[in-house]
Write a protein that binds this ligand. Structure first.
Ligand SMILES: NC(=O)C1=CN([C@@H]2O[C@H](COP(=O)(O)OP(=O)(O)OC[C@H]3O[C@@H](n4cnc5c(N)ncnc54)[C@H](O)[C@@H]3O)[C@@H](O)[C@H]2O)C=CC1
Ligand SMILES: NCC(=O)COP(=O)(O)O
Length: 317
C-alpha cells in the first residue's frame, strides 16, 4: 500500500515544535510510517539543530519553506510574539490548502499558543476551532488517544464558570456520537462509552447539582435508544480509573481538565490529541509549546511520534 502524504505543521517556532520535529526525524524512520512534509521555516529547523547541538542533516527532512521568521536566532527567547503567532497560523492554513488540493491526506500539528495567536490579531483558541472554521465544520469534538485511556470533551476551551450553561442534553448527545466516531477512527468495534457527570459524585441524586438528572442522564438514555452502547453518568472521580482498567473504551468528559488531568497523568509523554468532525485526519502531540524548556534540547518527541503514527494509521483505514 502506498504511504500516505502527511503534513506536519511546525507550530509556534518559539516553542518546542521545531525541536521535536528534528528529534522525531532523528529517532524514528518517519518515512517508514508515512510520506511526511513539514510545513514551516527551513531556517528555523537549521537554527534549532545548531542550538541544541544534534548531529542531524536538515536535508533529511522534506520542508515546505514558508519563510515566515526573519531572524530565527531571536526565537531563543522562547516567548510568544506577533511574528510567531502569524507564522503558526500560516503553516496551518497552508496545510489545509494542501489538503484541499489533494496533496496531503492528513495533518499533524505541532503546538501553538493562544497568546501568540492573539498578538497576531487572530481570534482562535487553538487548532480545533481554527481548523473547524477553515473547513466550515460546524460540529466537532476534541479527543485524546493513548493505549490505556481515550477521552473526548463535551466543552473545550472556556472559563469553568461557563461550563454548566453548555452541559445540555443536545450537546452531550452530539459528543456521545462523536465518541462513537472517534472509536470508529481508532478501529474499536462496538465501543463501550462511559459518560461523566459534571458535579461531585455525579450530583448524588441532585443533592450536589442537577445537570446529571436534567441533561446528562436524558442524553445517555436517548443515545442508548439510538443504538449506542453508552452508560452513565458516572462520578468523574472513579470513571477514568475504570476505563484505564479496561471496563470502557472511551470516556465522555464534561470539560477540559476533567478529562485531561487523568489523561496526562497516565499518558503525557505519548498521548495524542485528535479532532473528530473535520473532513481530514488531524492529530497532534498532547502537550503545549513548553516555552520553559524549548530550544534547550530537553523536549521529548515521543508524543509527536505517536501523533504521526496515529495519523498514518487512521488515514490508511
Ligand atoms: N496542541 C496545542 O497546540 C497545544 C497548545 N497548548 C498551549 O501551549 C502553551 C503552554 O501550555 P502549558 O499548559 O504550559 O503546557 P505544556 O504542555 O506546554 O507544558 C507543561 C509541562 O510539560 C513540559 N513539557 C511539555 N512538552 C514537553 C515535551 N515534549 N518534553 C518534555 N517536557 C514537556 C513542559 O516543560 C512543562 O513543564 C499554552 O499556550 C497552551 O495553550 C497546550 C496544549 C496543546
Ligand atoms: N488542551 C488541548 C489544547 O490546548 C490544544 O488545543 P488545539 O490546538 O488542539 O485546539
Amino acid at each position: 500500500m502506498a504511504k500516505k502524504r502527511v503534513a506536519i505543521t511546525m507550530g509556534d517556532p518559539a516553542g518546542v515544535g521545531p525541536e521535536i520535529i528534528v528529534k522525531a526525524f532523528a529517532q524514528e524512520d518517519i518515512y517508514k510510517i508515512c510520506n511526511p512534509l513539514v510545513i514551516g521555516d527551513r531556517s528555523v529547523i537549521k537554527e534549532v539543530i545548531k542550538t541544541i547541538g544534534i548531529d542531524f542533516d536538515p536535508d533529511n527532512i522534506e520542508i515546505l519553506n514558508l519563510n515566515e521568521i526573519q531572524n530565527p536566532a531571536k526565537l531563543l527567547k522562547c516567548a510568544p510574539s506577533e511574528e510567531s503567532g502569524r507564522a503558526s497560523f500560516s503553516y496551518i492554513r497552508k496545510a489545509v490548502e494542501l489538503y484541499r488540493l489533494g496533496i496531503v491526506e492528513a495533518i499533524v500539528t505541532c503546538p501553538i499558543t493562544k497568546s501568540a495567536l492573539r498578538m497576531a490579531g487572530l481570534h482562535w483558541l487553538g487548532h480545533t476551532d481554527m481548523l473547524a472554521e477553515l473547513t466550515h465544520s460546524e460540529d466537532y469534538a476534541m479527543a485524546f488517544y493513548s493505549e490505556s485511556l481515550k477521552v473526548i470533551l463535551t466543552t473545550i476551551h472556556l472559563p469553568l464558570k461557563d461550563v454548566p450553561h453548555l452541559v445540555k442534553k443536545e450537546r452531550v448527545i452530539k459528543t456521545i456520537f462523536f465518541a462513537q466516531k472517534a472509536c470508529d477512527m481508532l478501529q474499536i468495534e462496538t465501543p463501550r462509552i462511559a459518560v461523566c457527570g459534571l458535579n461531585p459524585h455525579a450530583g448524588e441524586e441532585g443533592i450536589m447539582g442537577r445537570e446529571e438528572i436534567d441533561e446528562i442522564a436524558p442524553a445517555v438514555k436517548e443515545a442508548k435508544a439510538l443504538g449506542i452502547n453508552v452508560s452513565g453518568p458516572y462520578p468523574a472521580d472513579s470513571i477514568f480509573w475504570r476505563a484505564f482498567n479496561g471496563e470502557f473504551d472511551i470516556v465522555v468528559a464534561m470539560y477540559h481538565d476533567q478529562a485531561l488531568a487523568p489523561f496526562k497523568l497516565v499518558a503525557f509523554d505519548k498521548g495524542v490529541n485528535f479532532t473528530v468532525g473535520l473532513p481530514f485526519i488531524r492529530t497532534s502531540p498532547d502537550h503545549g509549546t513548553a516555552y520553559d524548556i524549548a530550544w534547550q534540547g530537553k523536549a521529548t518527541p515521543t508524543s509527536l511520534i505517536e501523533a504521526i503514527k496515529l495519523a498514518a494509521r487512521m488515514v490508511i483505514k
